[in-house]
Design a protein around this ligand. Structure first.
Ligand SMILES: Cc1cc2nc3c(=O)[nH]c(=O)nc-3n(C[C@H](O)[C@H](O)[C@H](O)COP(=O)(O)OP(=O)(O)OC[C@H]3O[C@@H](n4cnc5c(N)ncnc54)[C@H](O)[C@@H]3O)c2cc1C
Length: 870
């Protein structure tokens, strides 16, 4: 750190005075201490720093000490786990002391050669059976029932669907880009950044500024020499940014002219199954993001060459063919790119690298798309228990730490250009943003609202990040489920297209004034998805748990259409689906609501939901989307331990109905308490609000929610019974065949030994399984209502709870969430005790009580009277 220890302390003491006069809050002050003094020093010095307050302001002193204690005691394990897992400790070490960027670069480079991409090999260990104590067992047979996928998606602009909700077009001006830093070009490839160009940079968080100070790097190109070396092809894929782009920095390092290229290759993107990797909304985003990147490159003296994958004769069109032609045309001897992790794209890259190497062209791939390279994450030392959960994944990362995440890299100030540019095609020719036309020739501009909702540029990503860290992050921990407030980052499309690197995001999030652990953990979720896809390449189209492939799903196309168009008659579901169509996005909570509705209440196959999301989300991400839909569809590695009720869920995410009012304006005049269940409104109220079912707003497409839930439970029980070989008799857990990589790790042959599989042996692994399914196995006739482990948040059928929740909602949203959580925990505890024949638990007291009393501040009813809700 630049400041001396004494200077640091002085700064902190100065800040303490701000707290005393109320200009800074205690948590902010503590975060500043962590940021300025560092983790260790804060631990040892904080209490002595705040000691003077023990006489001057006892209350503040006790607040500060309790923040300190909480940080270093209660959450220490969690913090440490997270830090280790995500290599924050490494990052801290390198980040704060490193002045040379090169080692960081080397660490992130993935040498892509056929051998380095292939699974490491080692001598096979005994493969006849699992080792003692292992929880895997041999698999008898395998079901192979294909799903029947259908393709009717927006991805093909020719058959694009026009949505019922007409919109006024209001196109926002094109997005801002980074201004060019005015660091003078030096002879070196990298020179230290002077403070002079600070103001030219996009505004960043405090931590970001410190990071820049710490690493002190600004990249500029080397001057053109008379005998210019052969150019480098910088192959942009899903890394459409200048900041923290290892391949770009790697290219600069060579001191050669750089030719940035983008090759559009939809067949390669799609992979071997139905992935809908590039749906309509995603293609539209890609078009805009490419245009923004080109503008940014032009600002630093370069530009982006657009190409389409080509082939000769009957040869399949491929990136390799295009690259070979480019090499011929430009004389390039090196290709740089950031690695992609979808198994089929990785395989493509292996092919590209090996073919080009044969022709004497060096290809270098850098790791940056995830925090961890999914192919290097191993379960060794952790085992397979709990696989699929983020905690298990983080344990694996902690136990087998790879290279540190490293320090984000500064953007290039200029790119050396080649004497001759290769011939490209106009961006429009790629057809990414082509809109369908009506018979009369007019354009159906389905992306109009998407355009007004987002800034597609890298600067737009930075602006959203900064805004989130200034505001939303403070509510993230407890209110990220709110649909009516922007409490999450909305950064997913930028992360997907690599306009923001996860490392950059992690670094800035870590520097935020509050410690958004939940938010940081989300990045681990993201990595988990890529790890799962690397293990199960069929994830996007085939149920992982074999029995669930045979589940009886509905084929009701009218239900599917109603769900897609936001016309189910359930306002919360409809609002979310309309938001998705209009903006290409909805928050995580709402994705759970609509997914639960599709699967548990409409019985439509999860693949339908996955494909619709892929087609309509601007952040559609094969790995994440597939993992989440598999989990929601009950067939993934993890099980959602809940089913969102379309009305109850609203209590949490839209208590006042403002979200529904925004996206379903036809219901706007209904009162808050009935807007989520308009069918309960008296006729006179509907008349006054102008709501006519079937005309202004749809009738409910299904009404028997409880029965439907019950049937979906019975269906699961049925397939688990039918394919009993995939259910562990002892624990009742579902079993899945292990992929070869996990078998090798479980057997201790850490180097990708696939002999076991070659011998035709299969191993089964017990997975996390929802309690209500296990119970159903013991009691196959039980219906959902009588199942003590019923995963639905059942407030809807409990008037008393309804009233309590509504009452608390009125007072304080947070309290209602806590109340719901406490009630759920109590219910589970009660059910567990009943199942196990244990005596009932003593009634909760103190903070744990669930019913507000007169002493509770949430019990204060407007009008001054104090009541106790019983
Ligand atoms: C059925 C379903 C489908 C989904 N499909 C996608 C998808 O196609 N693409 C996608 O990016 N996310 C998907 N998600 C995960 C999540 O809903 C979105 O990442 C999130 O809503 C994006 O909003 P945000 O950027 O404000 O998230 P924040 O809460 O601010 O989180 C920050 C980042 O963490 C990552 N993240 C957050 N939640 C998850 C998660 N559960 N799994 C993996 N990464 C996560 C995302 O990159 C996100 O941008 C899906 C969730 C569900 C339930």
């Amino acid at each position: 750190m630049a400041l001396s220890a004494a200077g640091d302390q002085a700064e902190v003491r100065k800040m303490l005075r701000e707290v005393l006069v109320g200009r800074e809050d205690p948590e902010g002050f503590f975060a500043v201490c962590l940021s300025v003094l560092g983790h260790q020093e804060t631990r040892t010095q904080f209490l002595s720093i705040v000691k003077p307050l023990s006489t001057a302001n006892i209350h503040l002193h006790s607040v500060l000490t309790s923040i300190y204690r909480e940080y270093y005691s209660k959450t220490e394990d969690e913090e440490l786990e997270l830090a280790l897992t995500l290599s924050l400790l490494d990052m801290e070490d390198t980040g704060m002391s490193t002045t040379d960027q090169e080692p960081q670069l080397l660490q992130s480079e993935v040498r892509v050669s056929p051998s380095s991409f292939a699974q490491p090999k080692s001598a096979p260990k005994s493969t006849s059976s699992a080792p003692p104590g292992s929880r895997i067992k041999e698999c008898p047979t395998q079901i192979n029932q294909e799903t029947d996928p259908q393709k009717s998606l927006r991805s093909n602009s020719d058959n694009a669907q026009t949505h019922g909700t007409g919109q006024a077009l209001c196109v926002r001006g094109s997005s801002a880009s980074f201004s060019k830093p005015d660091a003078a070009s030096e002879g070196d490839q990298m020179v230290a950044e002077g403070d002079s160009n600070k103001s030219d940079k996009p505004k960043r968080s405090k931590n970001r500024r410190q990071r820049r100070k710490g690493t002190g790097q600004q990249l500029v190109s080397s001057p053109h020499s008379l005998l210019a070396p052969p150019p480098v092809l910088l192959w942009f894929r899903r890394d459409l940014r200048l900041c923290d782009n290892p391949a770009l920095v790697g290219s600069l390092e060579l001191g050669a002219p750089v030719i940035p290229v983008f090759i559009w290759s939809p067949e390669e993107e799609e992979g071997p199954g139905i992935t809908v990797a590039m749906g309509g909304a995603c293609k539209y985003w890609l078009h805009q993001a490419l245009s923004c990147l080109c503008t940014s490159l032009e600002r630093i003296g370069s530009h982006l060459v657009f190409l389409e994958a080509s082939g000769e004769g009957i040869e399949v069109r491929s990136s390799l063919h295009t690259l070979k032609q480019l090499v011929k045309e430009t004389g390039a001897r090196t290709i740089m790119a950031n690695a992609l992790y979808e198994p089929w794209l990785r395989e493509r890259d292996v092919g590209v690298v090996s073919a080009l190497q044969k022709e004497g062209v060096e290809c270098k791939m850098f790791h940056s798309y995830c925090l961890r390279d999914p192919y290097s994450v191993s379960t060794e030392g952790v085992g397979l228990r709990g696989i699929g959960s983020v905690s298990h994944f983080m344990s694996c990362c902690r136990q087998n730490p790879g290279p540190p995440v490293g320090v984000p890299l500064e953007p290039a100030a200029s790119l050396p250009t080649p004497a001759n540019w290769p011939r490209g095609i106009p961006l429009d020719s790629l057809g990414l943003a082509r809109m369908p036309r009506r018979k009369d020739g007019t354009v159906i501009d389905w992306a109009a609202n998407i355009r007004t909702s987002w800034d597609f540029s890298e600067a737009g990503a930075q602006a959203r990040l900064d805004a989130f860290l200034r505001d939303g992050v403070y509510r993230y921990e407890s209110e990220s489920g709110r649909a009516d407030a922007p409490n999450t980052s909305s950064l997913s499309p930028y992360l997907h297209f690599g306009q923001l690197s996860p490392r950059w995001l992690l670094w800035d999030a870590k520097g935020a004034r509050c410690r958004p652990l939940k938010f940081q953990r989300k990045l681990a979720w993201r990595d988990l998805a890529y790890w799962q896809l690397s293990l199960f390449p069929d994830l996007p189209w085939e149920s992982l748990r074999p029995p669930y492939k045979a589940l009886r799903w509905s084929a009701d196309r009218s239900h599917l259409k109603a769900w897609q168009q936001g016309k189910t008659g359930y306002p919360l579901v409809d609002a979310a689906m309309r938001q998705l169509w209009e903006t290409g996005w909805m928050n995580n909570y709402m994705r759970h609501v609509v997914a639960s509705f599709l699967i548990a209440y409409l019985y439509l196959p999860w693949q339908e939901g996955y494909r619709w999301f892929q087609d309509t989300l601007v952040d559609a991400d094969v790995a994440i989307d597939a993992m989440m839909w598999q989990n929601g569809g009950m067939s993934g590695l993890d099980h959602w331990n809940f089913v969102m009720h379309p009305v109850d869920a609203a209590m949490t995410c839209d208590p006042y109905g403002s979200y529904v009012r925004k996206w379903c304006p036809e219901l706007a005049d209904l009162p808050d308490e009935l807007i989520h269940k308009p069918w309960k409104c008296p006729a006179s109220m509907l008349r006054r609000a102008g709501v006519v079912f079937g005309q202004t707003y749809p009738e409910r497409i299904v009404t028997d929610l409880e029965e439907r839930r019950s049937r979906s439970l019975q269906d699961v029980a049925l397939v688990r019974k039918e394919f009993g070989q995939y259910v562990d008799e002892r624990s009742g857990c579902d079993l899945v065949p292990l992929p070869p990589r996990l078998v090798s790790e479980a057997l201790g042959s850490s180097h990708g030994d696939e002999a076991v599989v070659r011998e035709g042996k299969q191993f089964l692994l017990p997975l996390i399984t929802r309690m209500e399914f296990k119970h159903q196995l013991e009691n196959p006739d039980a219906d959902a209502a009588s199942n003590p482990y019923n995963a639905v948040l059942k407030g809807y059928v409990s008037r008393k709870r309804d009233e309590t929740v509504a009452f608390l909602n009125e007072r304080d949203f947070k309290a209602s969430v806590m109340c719901e959580g406490a009630q759920r925990r109590e219910r589970l505890e009660r059910d567990y005790r009943r199942m196990e024949g244990l005596p009932p638990a003593p009634s909760p007291r103190g903070r744990g009580r669930r019913t507000p009393t007169a002493k509770d501040r949430f019990s204060v009813v407007p009008g001054g009277s104090v009541t106790s809700v019983k």
